[in-house]
Write a protein that binds this ligand. Structure first.
Ligand code: RB5
Length: 148
Protein backbone atom coordinates (compact mmCIF):
# COMPACT_ATOMS: atom_id res chain seq x y z
CA UNK A 1 0.00 0.00 0.00
CA UNK A 2 1.20 3.56 -0.67
CA UNK A 3 1.39 5.72 2.45
CA UNK A 4 1.98 9.46 2.79
CA UNK A 5 3.41 10.59 6.12
CA UNK A 6 4.22 13.97 7.63
CA UNK A 7 4.73 15.63 10.99
CA UNK A 8 5.60 18.94 12.57
CA UNK A 9 8.72 19.45 14.70
CA UNK A 10 7.03 17.72 17.67
CA UNK A 11 6.59 14.52 15.66
CA UNK A 12 9.95 14.40 13.94
CA UNK A 13 11.49 11.61 16.03
CA UNK A 14 8.35 9.45 16.00
CA UNK A 15 7.94 9.83 12.24
CA UNK A 16 11.30 8.15 11.64
CA UNK A 17 10.29 5.17 13.77
CA UNK A 18 6.94 4.83 12.05
CA UNK A 19 8.43 4.93 8.56
CA UNK A 20 10.53 1.92 9.57
CA UNK A 21 7.45 0.02 10.73
CA UNK A 22 5.59 0.79 7.51
CA UNK A 23 8.52 -0.41 5.43
CA UNK A 24 8.89 -3.56 7.53
CA UNK A 25 5.25 -4.32 6.69
CA UNK A 26 6.08 -3.96 2.99
CA UNK A 27 4.43 -0.56 2.42
CA UNK A 28 5.76 2.22 0.20
CA UNK A 29 6.17 5.54 2.00
CA UNK A 30 6.20 9.13 0.73
CA UNK A 31 7.84 11.23 3.45
CA UNK A 32 6.51 14.79 3.16
CA UNK A 33 8.51 16.24 6.07
CA UNK A 34 9.24 17.98 8.26
CA UNK A 35 12.85 16.87 8.31
CA UNK A 36 14.23 18.45 11.50
CA UNK A 37 13.32 19.71 14.98
CA UNK A 38 13.08 23.29 13.69
CA UNK A 39 9.68 24.76 14.51
CA UNK A 40 7.14 24.61 11.68
CA UNK A 41 3.36 25.03 11.39
CA UNK A 42 1.37 21.78 11.46
CA UNK A 43 -1.30 22.92 8.93
CA UNK A 44 1.33 23.04 6.18
CA UNK A 45 2.22 19.40 6.78
CA UNK A 46 -1.29 18.16 7.45
CA UNK A 47 -2.33 19.58 4.10
CA UNK A 48 0.44 17.75 2.24
CA UNK A 49 -0.75 14.32 3.38
CA UNK A 50 -4.50 14.96 3.41
CA UNK A 51 -4.49 16.39 -0.12
CA UNK A 52 -2.80 13.25 -1.49
CA UNK A 53 -5.19 10.92 0.32
CA UNK A 54 -8.15 13.07 -0.74
CA UNK A 55 -7.41 12.64 -4.46
CA UNK A 56 -6.29 9.02 -4.15
CA UNK A 57 -2.61 9.64 -4.86
CA UNK A 58 -1.84 7.97 -1.52
CA UNK A 59 -4.03 5.15 -0.22
CA UNK A 60 -3.45 5.94 3.44
CA UNK A 61 -1.77 8.62 5.52
CA UNK A 62 -0.12 9.12 8.88
CA UNK A 63 0.19 12.51 10.58
CA UNK A 64 1.96 13.38 13.80
CA UNK A 65 2.01 16.55 15.88
CA UNK A 66 2.34 17.17 19.62
CA UNK A 67 -1.21 16.25 20.62
CA UNK A 68 -2.54 15.05 17.26
CA UNK A 69 -5.36 17.56 17.55
CA UNK A 70 -4.09 20.16 15.10
CA UNK A 71 -3.31 17.59 12.42
CA UNK A 72 -6.76 15.99 12.86
CA UNK A 73 -8.53 19.31 12.43
CA UNK A 74 -6.59 20.03 9.25
CA UNK A 75 -6.88 16.58 7.69
CA UNK A 76 -10.65 16.33 8.19
CA UNK A 77 -11.15 19.49 6.11
CA UNK A 78 -10.41 17.41 3.01
CA UNK A 79 -12.95 15.48 0.98
CA UNK A 80 -12.72 11.67 1.30
CA UNK A 81 -10.48 11.95 4.34
CA UNK A 82 -11.40 10.11 7.50
CA UNK A 83 -8.62 11.05 9.88
CA UNK A 84 -8.69 9.47 13.33
CA UNK A 85 -6.70 10.64 16.31
CA UNK A 86 -5.70 7.45 18.10
CA UNK A 87 -3.55 7.75 21.18
CA UNK A 88 -4.51 4.32 22.48
CA UNK A 89 -5.17 0.88 21.01
CA UNK A 90 -8.96 0.64 21.28
CA UNK A 91 -9.66 3.68 19.10
CA UNK A 92 -6.95 2.56 16.65
CA UNK A 93 -8.80 -0.71 16.16
CA UNK A 94 -12.30 0.80 16.07
CA UNK A 95 -11.29 3.57 13.66
CA UNK A 96 -10.50 0.88 11.10
CA UNK A 97 -13.36 -1.54 11.91
CA UNK A 98 -16.17 1.03 12.02
CA UNK A 99 -14.90 4.20 10.33
CA UNK A 100 -12.56 2.85 7.65
CA UNK A 101 -10.17 5.60 8.73
CA UNK A 102 -7.68 6.39 6.00
CA UNK A 103 -5.41 8.71 7.99
CA UNK A 104 -4.01 7.81 11.39
CA UNK A 105 -3.10 10.77 13.56
CA UNK A 106 -0.81 10.46 16.57
CA UNK A 107 0.17 12.84 19.36
CA UNK A 108 3.87 12.43 19.96
CA UNK A 109 3.66 14.29 23.28
CA UNK A 110 0.84 12.03 24.45
CA UNK A 111 2.07 8.54 23.55
CA UNK A 112 5.48 7.00 24.07
CA UNK A 113 7.32 5.49 21.12
CA UNK A 114 6.51 1.87 22.03
CA UNK A 115 2.78 2.52 22.36
CA UNK A 116 2.80 4.53 19.12
CA UNK A 117 4.38 1.59 17.32
CA UNK A 118 1.69 -0.76 18.67
CA UNK A 119 -1.02 1.67 17.60
CA UNK A 120 0.39 1.80 14.07
CA UNK A 121 0.65 -1.99 13.86
CA UNK A 122 -2.92 -2.43 15.12
CA UNK A 123 -4.19 0.16 12.65
CA UNK A 124 -2.36 -1.54 9.77
CA UNK A 125 -3.64 -5.00 10.63
CA UNK A 126 -7.30 -4.17 11.23
CA UNK A 127 -9.70 -4.34 8.26
CA UNK A 128 -12.90 -2.33 7.73
CA UNK A 129 -15.93 -4.32 8.88
CA UNK A 130 -18.25 -2.99 6.15
CA UNK A 131 -21.96 -3.90 6.41
CA UNK A 132 -23.95 -1.33 8.45
CA UNK A 133 -20.92 0.96 8.59
CA UNK A 134 -21.06 1.43 4.80
CA UNK A 135 -24.41 3.18 5.19
CA UNK A 136 -22.86 5.56 7.72
CA UNK A 137 -19.85 6.29 5.52
CA UNK A 138 -22.21 7.01 2.63
CA UNK A 139 -23.91 9.58 4.88
CA UNK A 140 -20.53 11.22 5.46
CA UNK A 141 -19.98 11.39 1.67
CA UNK A 142 -23.41 13.00 1.34
CA UNK A 143 -22.54 15.59 3.98
CA UNK A 144 -19.30 16.38 2.12
CA UNK A 145 -21.28 16.92 -1.08
CA UNK A 146 -23.67 19.32 0.66
CA UNK A 147 -21.06 21.22 2.66
CA UNK A 148 -18.12 21.65 0.28
C1 RB5 B 1 3.38 22.54 18.45
O1 RB5 B 1 3.95 23.15 19.57
C2 RB5 B 1 2.01 21.98 18.79
O2 RB5 B 1 1.10 23.02 18.96
C3 RB5 B 1 1.55 21.02 17.71
O3 RB5 B 1 2.49 20.00 17.58
C4 RB5 B 1 0.23 20.32 17.94
O4 RB5 B 1 0.16 19.75 19.20
C5 RB5 B 1 -0.99 21.06 17.58
O5 RB5 B 1 -2.12 20.59 17.69
Amino acid sequence: MLFAIACDHAGYLLKKEIIEILQQHGHEVIDLGTHSYESVDYPDYGEKVASLVSIGKAERGILICGTGIGMSIVANKFRNVRASLCNELFTAKMSRLHNDANILVLGSRVVGIDLAKEIVTTWLNTPFEGERHCIRLKKIFDIEKRVF
